[in-house]
Design a protein around this ligand. Structure first.
Ligand SMILES: Cc1ncc(COP(=O)(O)O)c(C=O)c1O
Length: 498
C-alpha cells in the first residue's frame, strides 16, 4: 500500500493542522486510506510537510475527536470510519451509533471535571459547582405558584399545549425582563426551550450542517464543546482575554467560507467571568457585519448583575438580524425547571420552532404556567434581589481575600455579576496543578483545561461562588494562595542557573 502524504497549500487561510486533517478526512472518505488501515506515522508526515510533530499530532487529534481514527500505543493511528459513518466498501450497517455520537461519548469520558474530595476529607470551600445554592431555592413560593395554576387551570395544563413557541404570556414577561439590555425586544420574538442547553442544540440543528465550522472563544463553556462534537462540526477557537477577542484574528477566521456560526458569552463569560464592554461589542458586530455568520450570544446569567450598568445585547446591535440571544432561568432560579429561551428574528425562530416540535413537541406547559404565576406574584423579582445582594457580598469577599492571600504573580478577574471568576497562574498548566493541589487541602475548583476544546493545559482555574459563603471564600482563597505560592516556588527551584 503506498504511503499517502498531504500537499500543503501555502496560500490557504486554514492552519497547517487543519489542512492535514482535512486531507486525511477526504483520503479516508474516498477509500485511499481504508478503514482498518493506519495513517502514516506522525514523524513521516511532519518531515514531509516540514512542520512540527505537534502540528501533525493536532491534525490526527481532530480526526480522532470526530471519531474517524483512533490512536493506539504500538499500533499507530487506525482508521475507524468515514464521515458518512461507514466503510465506503460496505454500507456501514454494522455500526450501531454515528461517529458524532461516538465523538461526544469520547469527549464525555475524557472531560476533566473538578477534582473531588476524598470521602473522609473536610470541605474548606467548594468553588466547583455552577448551580445555585440549594439552601436558597424559594420552595414555598414556588409551591404556592404551582398550587394556584393547578387549582385554576389544572385540566388544560396537564394535557399537551398548543404552541411550539411557548406560552404567550411567559414570552411577554421574559421579554420585559430583558428591557435594560434589549428594550425593543417583544414576546413574539422569543422561543421558549427546555433550558439554554436545548436552545443551543436547536440552533445548531437549524443553522449548521455536518462539517460546517463554528467559532468559539478559548476558553469556552465545556458542554458546548461536547454539543459541537455531537453535531459533527469543525471548531475554531479564538482567544478571549482581558482585552476581549483579538479583532484581527476573529476577522480572519470569520472570513473562512466554512464558518457558519460564532458562539460566545458576552456577559459574565463561563469560565472567566469576563464581559465585553460596549466598544468590544461594537468591534464584534463590526467583524461580523460583512459576513453571513450567525452570532449566538449565550446570556445565561444576564440578570445576575450586582454592579454597573446593563450592556446592550449583541442582538439589539446587529442590523443584519442574524444574532440570536440564548437565556435561561437555571442560574437565577433553579435548573430543574428546564426553562430557557431564544430571542431572534422571526425568519430564524420559525424554522427552529418547527424543528423543536419534532424533537419534544413542546416545553412543559405546566411549568411554563407556574413560572408565569411565580413572576406575576413578584416572587421572581424578590428572589433575584436577595440573590444579587448575596452575590455582591461574595464577589467583594473574593476580591478582598485574593488581594490578601494570592501571590502577586496571580491574577483574578473581578466580574460585575454572575457566579464565576477566573484565577490565573503565570504559566500554562499551573492552573491544572493548582486544582489538583487545592483539592488535597479541601478546596474544589475546576481546572482550566476542562474549558479547552482539546483539554490542553491551562494557566487558569474557574472559581464559582454559588456554594461558598463569605467565610468559606476567605478560608478557601487562603488555601489557594498557599498552594499557588508552593507551585511558584517549585517552578523557581526547577529553573536552571545561567
Ligand atoms: C454558558 C452556559 N450556557 C448554557 C448552560 C445550560 O443552561 P440550562 O440549565 O438552562 O440548560 C450553562 C449551564 O451551566 C452554561 O454555563
Amino acid at each position: 500500500m503506498p504511503i499517502i502524504l498531504p500537499e500543503l497549500d501555502p496560500r490557504s487561510t486554514s492552519t497547517t493542522s487543519e489542512q492535514i486533517s482535512r486531507f486525511y478526512e477526504s483520503a479516508i472518505d474516498d477509500g485511499r486510506v481504508p478503514i482498518g488501515d493506519r495513517l502514516p506515522p506522525i514523524r513521516v508526515v511532519a518531515s514531509r510537510c516540514q512542520v512540527t510533530r505537534a502540528t501533525v499530532q493536532d491534525a490526527y487529534r481532530r480526526l480522532a475527536d470526530r471519531g474517524l481514527v483512533e490512536g493506539t500505543v504500538g499500533r499507530g493511528t487506525v482508521v475507524l470510519t468515514t464521515t458518512a459513518g461507514g466503510d465506503p466498501a460496505s454500507n456501514g450497517s454494522a455500526r450501531l451509533v454515528s461517529p458524532y455520537a461516538e465523538a461526544a461519548l469520547r469527549r464525555t469520558k475524557a472531560m476533566a471535571g473538578a477534582p473531588t474530595l476524598a470521602s473522609e476529607q473536610a470541605c474548606v470551600a467548594n468553588f466547583a459547582e455552577l448551580q445555585p445554592d440549594d439552601a436558597r431555592f424559594p420552595i414555598p413560593e414556588w409551591r404556592a405558584a404551582m398550587d394556584a395554576v393547578l387549582e385554576h387551570h389544572g385540566r388544560e395544563l396537564l394535557g399537551y399545549g398548543h404552541s411550539a413557541m411557548g406560552l404567550d404570556e411567559l414570552r411577554e414577561l421574559l421579554a420585559r425582563r430583558s428591557e435594560a439590555s434589549d428594550p425593543a425586544l417583544r414576546g413574539d420574538q422569543l422561543l421558549v426551550t427546555a433550558g439554554a442547553q436545548q436552545a443551543l442544540d436547536l440552533i445548531l440543528r437549524t443553522v449548521c450542517s455536518i462539517g460546517d465550522t463554528v467559532v468559539v472563544t478559548e476558553p469556552s463553556y465545556h458542554h458546548m464543546h461536547g454539543l459541537l462534537r455531537a453535531h459533527g462540526l469543525q471548531v475554531v477557537q479564538v482567544p478571549f482575554g482581558p482585552d476581549g477577542l483579538d479583532h484581527a484574528q476573529l476577522t480572519s477566521v470569520l472570513a473562512r467560507p466554512s464558518v457558519r456560526l460564532c458562539y460566545l458569552m458576552p456577559t459574565f463569560h463561563n469560565p472567566t467571568g469576563r464581559t465585553l464592554d460596549i466598544a468590544q461589542r461594537r468591534d464584534l458586530i463590526d467583524a461580523v457585519s460583512s459576513t453571513d455568520v450567525v452570532l449566538v450570544e449565550d446570556e445565561y446569567q444576564h440578570s445576575l448583575r450586582c454592579r454597573g450598568e446593563a450592556l446592550p445585547t449583541l442582538r439589539s446591535m446587529d442590523p443584519r438580524g442574524r444574532t440570536l440571544t440564548v437565556s435561561t432561568v437555571s442560574k437565577e432560579l433553579f435548573p430543574a425547571l428546564r426553562i430557557g429561551w431564544i430571542a431572534g428574528d422571526h425568519k430564524l425562530l420559525e424554522p427552529m420552532a418547527a424543528v423543536k416540535r419534532f424533537m419534544d413537541l413542546e416545553t412543559s406547559p405546566l411549568l411554563q404556567a407556574a413560572l408565569v404565576e411565580f413572576m406575576k406574584r413578584g416572587s421572581f423579582d424578590r428572589h433575584l434581589q436577595h440573590l444579587r445582594v448575596e452575590l455582591g457580598r461574595r464577589h467583594e469577599a473574593l476580591q478582598l481575600a485574593c488581594a490578601e492571600h494570592l501571590p502577586s504573580e496571580c491574577r483574578v478577574t473581578d466580574p460585575e455579576g454572575g457566579f464565576v471568576a477566573w484565577l490565573e497562574m503565570p504559566n500554562e498548566g499551573q492552573g491544572d496543578q493548582l486544582a489538583e493541589l487545592a483539592v488535597e487541602r479541601g478546596v474544589r475548583v475546576v481546572p482550566g483545561r476542562a474549558f479547552d476544546l482539546d483539554g490542553s493545559p491551562s494557566r487558569g482555574v474557574r472559581l464559582s461562588l454559588t456554594r461558598a459563603t463569605v467565610e468559606e471564600i476567605h478560608a478557601g482563597v487562603r488555601v489557594l494562595g498557599q498552594c499557588a505560592s508552593e507551585l511558584l516556588q517549585l517552578q523557581t527551584a526547577a529553573q536552571p542557573f545561567i
